[in-house]
Design a protein around this ligand. Structure first.
Ligand code: KG4
Ligand code: ZN
Length: 343
């Protein structure tokens, strides 16, 4: 690739959980490379992410992944304008690997360092394939650790209007999947299995948080599913797995869609986006599309590969932060509980 002088090229690194990822993004919207080394197979035998193993694997893979990202993009470090990296939230040991790598590269190559909030990255994934999308818009962020309903006021500027009071949506998917023996990570397995089931077979509770129309609660639903399974075990009845997960998924989807569409209408925005691993759920995408069509809203969503953890989304977020003047020093540290909107 011929990198033009005026181009802003971000080399981005993501290692907050169980994917070691690096990417090169040109001018904020064009992904030149997107390398993801997934550890899923490694953690599957333990039924979830083992933090210690995740950190070790990140250390093993990170140099290879970064080199590959530069190679795929056909650029050298010389061409890169700035280094972007996720510094929180996430697993502290996992984050540290990416942050240390980014600092080392930035220092050695004399490039500016831009720390990125992981969730800002997830939201920014929407800009990759939707060149016309610009803030403001409403965005539902649903991942393994987060369920937030936000107004994206500007690039990197968020007003949080709703959040989960207990489990994150992805966490509920993972726990239910584990309870019915579908394994880890649960979301994609439930998504797949639910296609064989009837989403109206079992009526699960729809929790509303009193006085907070945009907040979510999934622990009651999760308990209802677990109770259903325990009861079936005690009475020796066979568990209708497909119907069960389809009904569970339907309850989650209804909660997510109704609140997000309500928020767009009440706050007066005509653009609605979704982000995070759960945003790749096929039932959620279909239901949100239908609800948006009905309400006259334009629905935006990243391709599944940009919904789950990746570094391209971090590169996009880093670009907009870079343009705003955000720079981090060599004291940049991993912040496992970094709040959205903090710098
Ligand atoms: O955004 P992500 O990759 O990592 C975090 O930042 O947490 O999200 C991972 C979560 C997991 O809980 C996973 O089960 C869920 O996203 N997930 C899904 C689907 N694909 C991934 N949940 C429902 N349906 C899917 N197709
Ligand atoms: Zn994530």
């Amino acid at each position: 690739m011929e990198a033009e002088k005026k181009d802003v090229l971000i080399l981005a690194i993501e290692s907050s959980c169980d994917e070691t990822a690096a990417s090169v993004v040109r001018n904020g919207r064009e992904v030149l490379s997107n390398v993801i080394s997934s550890q899923i197979a490694l953690h599957t035998q333990f039924g979830g992410v083992v933090p210690e193993i995740a950190s070790r694997k990140h250390i093993e893979k990170i140099n290879q992944v970064v080199t590959q990202a530069l190679e795929d993009a056909q650029v050298t470090l010389e061409d890169i304008t700035a280094i972007g990296v996720t510094y929180g939230p996430g697993l502290v040991g996992a984050l540290l690997v990416g942050v240390a790598e980014a600092k080392a590269i930035a220092f050695a190559a004399k490039k500016p360092l831009v720390g990125v909030h992981h969730i800002e990255g997830h939201v920014s994934a929407n800009y990759i394939e939707n060149p016309e999308l610009e803030p403001p818009f409403v965005c539902l962020i649903v991942s393994g650790g987060h369920t937030h309903l936000v107004i994206v006021k500007d690039y990197g500027e968020f007003e949080i209007i709703g959040r989960t009071r207990d489990d994150a949506a992805g966490e509920a998917f993972d726990k239910v999947a584990r309870a019915v023996g579908l394994g880890y990570p649960g979301g994609p397995k439930v998504d797949q299995k639910a296609r064989e089931g009837n989403p109206h077979a079992i009526e699960f509770p729809r929790a509303k948080v009193e006085g907070s129309p945009y907040d979510f609660s999934f622990s009651g639903l999760k308990s209802a599913v677990l109770n259903y399974i325990n009861k079936a075990h005690m009475t020796g009845e066979e568990i209708p797995v497909a119907d069960l997960v389809a009904s569970f998924q339907n309850a989650v989807v209804e909660a997510l869609v109704s609140r997000t569409v309500l928020a767009a209408k009440e706050y007066g925005y005509d653009k609605l986006a979704i982000a995070g691993g759960v945003a790749s759920n096929s039932a959620l995408r279909e239901a949100m599309q239908n609800a948006c069509d009905e309400a006259g809203l334009t629905f935006y969503h990243p391709s599944p590969i940009f919904c789950t953890d990746n570094a391209a989304m971090i590169g996009v977020a880093a670009y907009y932060e870079y343009q705003k003047g955000t720079r981090h020093g060599w004291d940049l540290n991993a912040v496992p509980n970094l709040k959205l909107g903090e710098r």
